[in-house]
Design a protein around this ligand. Structure first.
Ligand code: SAH
Length: 399
């Protein structure tokens, strides 16, 4: 078994059960491990630290499978980890067979670089690490065994694959081929996930709880849904009796999918607008339009911490205009899914936006991903989605 020996003092993060070993912490590799193979990690003192997957091309040289020396990293190990993750979901969410949910959330479920989502009887696996690739066939076999999925589809196409030196892995891995989007249910709505070509694995499952929250806030209200994608928030708002929804996205395909969703659920009252949110918000402001509730759920502006500053300007801009468009007493649900941007910084950006918009606002709630997207306490990076529910208490001054 090949070994990774750490530089002196570099075992601290592992002792706190953080699963990443950065290249800068590595003293040397003993042996000749292949891409994704299991290696033994030892401190400079020789003490055993962890079993990990080797990823020579990545800045993250190894990702930990387990911290216990007696553990064997084999099919049985992955069966136990997958079962543990899937049992947690049944205990916490008690999903029905027609529902969708994240079954495995990477590092936070002890399975670095491995994401698994279920849409009714279709399971989608998304791998983003050399270790995940190494165990692909084992993982697919176990998922079939445990979930009895009719179809297992692989969507390993994230932008980080390149950094790991891995090729795209997209295609059918088990069972019945996909025939179009997968139908599933959420909160009484009929939804479609385009597992093959949609964003992520087809749908933003992480926003489920926030869609539910929106339902409690919109009856009789005028809602603006920015970055609406296939209409997740829009459908929830209409189902809960919103008076109107203006939904904006720059992608004509996403808006077409949103339209299909509206028809499927026989919902009306939405206007779907193709455009760039940054420009449309300004135009709405010039037209003196106003709304009771605004949702801002933009794409990742800051995939890495290095891009946080540029991203901060983007977040500030859309939040500023959202505040300007809200009526007194109006509500803003604002999100960032940038892993590189901390919750503290995001809150500061929203506070700055309120000041520049000339409003006094309050935070009513801190928002995050649904509980099928847990965050391991040892892995704070797992908290990528953060949000705020804010209320405009009044106009501080005219702007
Ligand atoms: N709120 C959605 C998910 C949003 S994903 C849901 O709950 O399902 C981000 C969306 O923003 C994508 O659909 C993308 O097409 C869109 N987008 C990205 N940049 C944009 C821009 N500048 N203006 C409008 N839409 C944009």
């Amino acid at each position: 078994m090949a070994r990774l020996i750490l530089k002196p003092g570099r075992e601290k993060s592992l002792l706190r059960r953080h699963p990443w070993i950065f290249s800068g912490a590595v003293h040397r590799i003993a042996g000749d491990p292949g891409l994704g193979e299991t290696i033994e990690v030892r401190a400079s003192t020789g003490a055993f630290m962890a079993w990990a997957a080797y990823s020579p091309a990545s800045q993250i040289t190894a990702r930990v499978w387990d911290f216990v020396e007696s553990t064997q990293i084999d099919r049985g190990f992955f069966r136990t980890r997958l079962q543990r993750a899937i049992e947690m979901r049944s205990a916490v969410l008690s999903p029905g067979p027609a529902h969708a949910m994240r079954l495995v959330h990477g590092e936070s479920d002890g399975l670095p670089g491995i994401v698994v989502d279920r849409y009714a009887s279709t399971v989608v696996i998304q791998l983003s690490s050399a270790g995940g690739y190494h165990w692909r066939d084992t993982l697919v076999g176990l998922l079939v065994e445990i979930t009895k999925a009719q179809t297992v589809f692989e969507r390993s196409d994230s932008e980080v694959l390149q950094l790991e030196g891995l090729a795209l892995g997209v295609g059918l891995r088990h069972g019945t081929p996909l025939a179009g989007a997968i139908k599933f249910e959420e909160n009484g709505l009929q939804l479609l996930a385009d597992v093959e070509y949609g964003h992520k694995t087809g749908f933003y499952l992480d926003q489920r709880d926030n869609r539910s929250l929106l339902r409690t806030l919109v009856a009789g209200r005028a809602v603006l849904d920015c970055f609406c994608y296939t209409g997740g928030f829009t459908l929830s708002a209409l189902a809960a009796g919103a008076a109107s929804v203006l939904a904006i996205d720059s992608s004509a395909d996403s808006l077409a999918a949103a339209r299909t969703h509206l028809e499927l659920n026989r919902l009306s009252g939405a206007e779907l607008l193709e455009g760039n949110v940054f420009q449309v918000l300004r135009r709405l402001r010039d037209q003196a339009r106003s709304f009771d509730v605004v949702v801002l759920d933009p794409p990742k502006f800051a995939p890495t911490a290095a891009l946080a500053e540029r991203a901060a300007r983007g977040y500030k801009d859309i939040n500023l205009y959202a505040f300007k468009l809200l009526k007194p007493g109006g509500l803003l649900l604002t999100f960032s899914c940038s892993g590189g941007l901390s919750r503290e910084l995001f809150q500061k950006i929203v506070a700055d936006a309120a000041i520049d918009a000339g409003v006094d606002a309050q935070i009513l709630r801190w928002l995050g991903a649904a509980s099928d997207h847990p965050v391991a306490l040892g892995f704070p990076e797992g908290e990528y989605l953060k949000g705020l529910l804010c209320r405009v208490a009044g106009r501080a001054r005219r702007r």
